[in-house]
Design a protein around this ligand. Structure first.
Ligand SMILES: C[S@@+](CC[C@H](N)C(=O)[O-])C[C@H]1O[C@@H](n2cnc3c(N)ncnc32)[C@H](O)[C@@H]1O
Length: 291
């Protein structure tokens, strides 16, 4: 057990304290579709290139970049526990010469600390594609890009599906208190809780136009959607595609009921849009809103 004395010694040692890691890293890393999508992109665009990876996490993408011929890969990871694991991976694979790991947030890297790069590789995406500071991080990271350099992947595309009220498998009661209001909210929020046959519904959705990461670094995201299918619906669930050239990876699936997922559809409630018009936009580029 650590004593308070030891704790204060650690705080004074100048070393960043070790942090927790989220359990979704496991679900993310066993997602073969995600790894294959990134592997194909890396294979096609990183050969002989100097690459900066933002948020290296496990180190998988950096290791793939070396495997597929990157000239050099510089990667950064703000979580010291993950940075340590990635560094150990690079050592075990014998690729330390080709990988420079900077254990800090990309915004804290000085512009003269690393060379200008051909490619910025990023996989910072949470369930909200604008969460996790993706856009502010890429805005800042542009200073590392050589003229003509690229973001990998290059685009995202929001997709959505109108949803109606559904019944939960079980009513929520304690003694004589019926939590009807929570039932109404929860009946829409998690695919596993919805009382309907999701596999029969499939993965059909509506799409907004594609938008490039570069565009997102230049202007706030806003898009007005007119769709008669939105009239009178209770909520919309939103996900997105990660796109590079002709390859697409769907983040959260609308018909996913497995427990082993790390991306979930976002649900926006109580639409009340008689006009069938919805506005998708961001708040300070760090949170998606649907109004
Ligand atoms: C979604 S995870 C992906 C991890 C990695 N690509 C993988 O496959 O294991 C994003 C990672 O980026 C890190 N991160 C987020 N923003 C960062 C930033 N601006 N600079 C450095 N690390 C960052 C997080 O700590 C997290 O480990």
């Amino acid at each position: 057990m650590t004593t308070s004395n030891e704790n204060s010694k650690e705080q004074n040692s100048g070393q960043p304290p070790l942090r927790y890691i989220h359990s979704w890293h496991y679900d993310m890393l066993i997602n073969q579709e995600r790894s294959q999508f990134y592997r194909d992109m890396i294979k096609n665009h990183c050969q002989d290139k100097v690459v900066l990876e933002i948020g290296t996490g496990s180190g998988l993408m950096a290791a793939l970049a070396v495997k597929h011929g990157a000239k050099k890969i510089i990667c950064c990871e703000e979580n010291p526990l993950l940075a340590m694991a990635a560094q150990q991976l690079f050592k075990r694979l014998g690729i330390e010469e080709k990988v420079q790991l900077i254990p800090k947030n990309s915004k804290a890297i000085r512009s003269d600390e690393i060379p200008q790069v051909d490619v910025i590789l990023h996989e910072l995406f949470g369930s909200d594609p604008f969460g996790e500071e993706v856009v502010p991080t890429l805005i800042d990271a542009k200073r590392f890009l050589k003229p003509g350099g690229i973001f990998l992947p290059e685009k995202i595309q929001l997709i959505y599906k109108p949803i109606e009220q559904h019944t939960l498998p079980e009513k929520i009661f304690f003694e004589d208190i019926h939590l009807l209001e929570m039932e109404l909210l929860l009946s829409q929020v998690h695919p596993g809780l919805r009382g309907r046959d999701l596999s029969a519904e499939g993965n059909k959705y509506f799409s907004l136009p594609e938008v490039s990461m570069l565009q997102l670094t230049e202007a706030p995201y806003t898009y007005t959607e007119n769709n008669p299918a939105l009239e009178g619906v209770d909520a919309v669930e939103v996900s997105y595609l990660i796109i590079h050239q002709d390859k697409k990876l769907q983040a959260a699936r609308f018909n996913e009921t497995s427990a082993r997922v790390h991306w979930y559809p976002l649900v926006f409630f109580k639409m009340d849009v008689p006009s069938g018009q919805l506005r998708f936009s961001t708040k300070d580029s760090v949170k998606l809103m649907v109004l």
